[in-house]
Write a protein that binds this ligand. Sequence first.
Ligand code: GLY
Length: 551
Amino acid sequence: MKKIILTLLFSCQVMAELPKQAAIASAHPLATDAGHRILAQGGNAFDAAVAVSSTLAVVEQQSSGIGGGAFWLLHRAKDGKNVMIDGREEAPSKAHADMYLDKNGDVDRDKALYGPLAAGIPGEIAGLEHLAVNYGNLPLSISLQPAIEAAENGFKAYPRLIKHIKNKEKVLQRYPASMAIYMPNGKVPEVGDLIVQKDLATTLKAVAEQGKKGFYEGKIAELMVSASQQHGGIWTLDDLKSYEVKERQPITTNYRGYHLVTAAPPSSGGIAIATILNVLSAWDLTEMDQAKRIHLVTEAMRRAYRDRSIYLGDPDFVDIPTQLLTHPYYAEGIRAAIHPDKALPSSYLPGIGENPKGQDTTHFSIIDTDGNMVSATLTVNTGLASGFIAAGTGVLFNNEMDDFSAKPGEPNAFGLIGDEANKIEPKKRPLSSMSPTFVFSDDQVAVLGTPGGSRIITMVLLGLLDFFDGHPVDSWVSKPRYHHQYLPDRLYIEKDALSAETIKQLEAKGHEIQASSGTWGNMHAVYWNKQTGEVAAASDPRTTTGSAVVK
Ligand code: GLY
């Protein structure tokens, strides 16, 4: 028997063709170019991930940055290792559960979202060093070079960035170092204006020379801590020095012949996706009419987000019942309670307790010609984060502390609620929705993910279902989207996503539908056909700067 399995494995490997080209899809052409440049210099997918991440940290600061955090999901071809690098932000040691409550016990949204008190200790730089040292071929001094150039020489302002600067104008005006970058003459930049970041270039150079020490210790660390404390923040030098990246075992699950490798806690994404797919696996969605399919998918989303709000948090602080939540028997119980034609009001589900759509955070996907892969989602939380740049460093502080539950049952910026499992504690990492994912079958590989706050999980799910339906990569990223997150009890749909007839049928099943005035998400995905060796890449058509390049 063992021999037969080994022979089968061997014959599968012989059949598989390595990727004929490398594929990178990211949210900005400069970042995608940086990745390909590093591959051409002898780097692998992991070095390219360093270049893409750091360049996005310069040119797409509304979405991610070295003052923020990330999850990099890696597949190493030579030994098949899958691992998630957790560079998530961490609560400072002086953080406590009530830190954002006012004297009436209400959450002070300004404190939770703006200025240095909103910021967790960043993880991105530690993650980049970990990638380079443990998985890459090249030193940081080479793979950070494109980002250093982009910061030093500047890049052209574009509409999505400008929109975020306008939205955050009042907050940016509180901090001179933020104004100097985003509104140099006191004015919001226009399309094509050059955004130059000399201090950020200096900070990146310190990291290129000294590794993470250049950021977490010494002069840059001192400047960040004193700027934080001067403006009401609580970071300490020791918080920075003691920050460490963690390697997490990804969540895995199977769905109708596909094997998924996806984000582990402190992301909620992998567990939620596994629960939802387990629930759906008994139904042939491909054969179903649209309203029935959306109804069943929505009911599964509702239950998975309920579980998210109760059980999920930083796995180093809470016992997460991962086995239960990802087990097919658990899904069977959920499925049995789903009515084929009626929505269950969320208030009927035992649990706790406006959902703005996320346009922040960023995602990229990479496959190199050896078959190494990276699916990475990076964030500073909401658009342009806390709005606070520490003078002399160019580092925009995240506002990831808002991903904690500041008060049980109280919605955060994404309308998500949480309880004890995700309460604020010193050195804890806030629960995330970021869901970088790989899917493997005998002859195909998909790499995908997206930004979008609480909607990340359902966007990745819909991309996956589209792949399972047999559609190509440009379809996964462009498919119209819908979303349910338990509370508020509402089925959100993108503008023009569904026909009037489908909406009527869903309303008849009891769904309250809220059509969005726009779209959401910014998915970047790559695909590898292992039989032919062909690769493909696609960027979400919803934004104009997406850049998917195969070469
Ligand atoms: N800040 C968004 C997330 O991590 O889910």
